[in-house]
Design a binder for this molecule. Structure first.
Ligand code: FAD
Length: 286
C-alpha cells in the first residue's frame, strides 16, 4: 500500500479510537475536543477502557454514554472482569445495554494492583465472560488478541487456542495489543488462520509519540521494538523539535505496513489525544 494509494483510498481502512475515562473536569473538556475532532474519521467508532478489576466502572459507563452522544458514532465499552463477582460484572454489562451501549470488549483483565488477598470468585477467563454476556443480550462482543503472546501464556499456540475459545463462545472479532513491529501482526494473522480463526483481527496501532513512555509500555507487554524505531527516536532526543515530524512519519509507516498485511481496520490507541491521530486518519484517506 503506497501512501498515495492510501490517501486516494477514501478511507478504505476504517479507524476506531481507544479512549480512557478522564480523571478531572479539565481532562473531560480535553476528551470532548478529541471526540469532536476524531468523530468524522472514526468509521469504527470509539472504545472506552475500564480500569483493572472493574475500577472506573462508573467512569467507563458515563464516558461511553457521553462519547456516543458527542460523536454520534458507535461506542464500545471495555469490561474487565477479574476482581468483580459474576453478578457485578453482569450488572455493569446490563447498565451498558440500558444506556444503549451494545458493543463490549470482553476482558478478563488484570489483578488490580491496590487489592491484596483473594479476589471475589468471578470469571476466570475472558471466554467465560463472553459466554455469559451472550446469554444476557445480543451484544456485539469483541475480545483481546496478542500477536506477540499474552505475557502469562506459555506459548503463542496455546494463547491462540484461548483466543479461538473466546470467538467460539460468541465474540465476533478480536482487537490486538499494539505492536511496534508490524511484521508480528502479519505472522499472527497467518498463525490464526492455521488455527481455523476466520473472524476479523484488528491490529492495535500506537501513535508514536512520547517515546520513553512507549518503550516502557512495550517492555510491560513484551512488544518487540525494531532497531530502526529505537535509532530514530534516540536521535530525536538531541533535537526534540524534530519529534512531531518523526512521530507522524513513523506512525504512518506503521499503519501503511499493517494495512499491507491485510488489516481489516485499525484500532488506534489515541490516549485521549487527537492531533497525531487525526493526521494519521487524513494520510489514510479519511
Ligand atoms: P484472557 O483471554 O482470559 O487470557 C488471559 C491469559 O489466560 C492468557 O495468557 C491466556 O492464554 C490464558 N487463558 C485464557 N483462557 C484460558 C484457559 N481456559 N485455561 C488456561 N489459560 C487460559 N486491561 C484493562 O485493565 N482495561 C482495559 O480497558 C483493557 N483494554 C484492552 C484492550 C485491548 C485491545 C487489549 C489487547 C488489552 C486490553 N487490556 C485492558 C489488557 C487485558 O486486560 C490484559 O491483557 C489481561 O491480562 C488479559 O485479559 P484477556 O481478556 O485477554 O484475558
Amino acid at each position: 500500500a503506497l501512501l498515495r494509494r492510501l490517501v486516494e483510498s477514501r478511507g478504505a481502512v476504517p479507524l476506531g479510537f481507544e479512549l480512557f475515562p478522564p480523571r478531572s473536569a479539565e481532562r473531560r473538556e480535553a476528551l470532548r475536543e478529541t471526540v469532536e475532532r476524531l468523530a468524522p474519521v472514526a468509521g469504527k467508532g470509539f472504545s472506552v477502557t475500564m480500569g483493572a478489576g472493574g475500577t472506573t466502572r462508573t467512569g467507563t459507563h458515563d464516558t461511553a454514554v457521553e462519547v456516543a452522544r458527542i460523536a454520534g458514532r458507535p461506542v464500545t465499552a471495555h469490561l474487565t472482569a477479574l476482581g468483580l463477582s459474576r453478578e457485578d460484572a453482569l450488572a455493569a454489562a446490563e447498565g451498558f445495554w440500558e444506556a444503549g451501549i451494545t458493543r463490549i470488549l470482553a476482558l478478563r483483565g488484570d489483578r488490580p494492583r491496590a487489592v491484596q488477598g483473594p479476589l471475589p470468585p468471578g470469571f476466570a477467563h475472558a471466554a467465560d465472560l463472553v459466554a455469559a454476556l451472550r446469554d444476557c443480550h445480543p451484544f456485539e462482543i469483541s475480545v483481546a488478541a496478542y500477536p506477540e503472546k499474552h505475557p502469562e501464556a506459555d506459548t503463542l499456540e496455546a494463547d491462540i487456542d484461548h483466543l479461538k475459545a473466546k470467538l467460539d463462545a460468541g465474540a465476533t472479532s478480536a482487537v490486538c495489543q499494539f505492536v511496534l513491529d508490524p511484521e508480528a501482526y502479519g505472522r499472527f494473522l497467518e498463525t490464526c488462520a492455521r488455527h481455523g480463526i476466520d473472524a476479523p483481527i484488528v491490529p492495535g496501532l500506537m501513535p508514536l509519540e512520547g517515546w520513553s513512555r512507549l518503550r516502557g509500555f512495550a517492555r510491560e507487554n513484551g512488544a518487540h521494538v525494531p532497531d530502526w524505531l529505537n535509532h530514530l527516536f534516540s536521535q530525536a532526543e538531541q533535537a526534540p523539535e524534530t519529534m512531531p515530524y518523526l512521530s507522524a512519519v513513523a506512525t504512518v509507516e506503521q499503519a501503511r505496513r499493517l494495512v499491507g498485511y491485510g488489516a481489516p481496520a485499525l484500532h488506534v490507541y489515541a490516549m485521549n489525544r487527537w492531533p497525531l491521530a487525526l493526521a494519521l486518519a487524513r494520510l489514510l484517506g479519511h
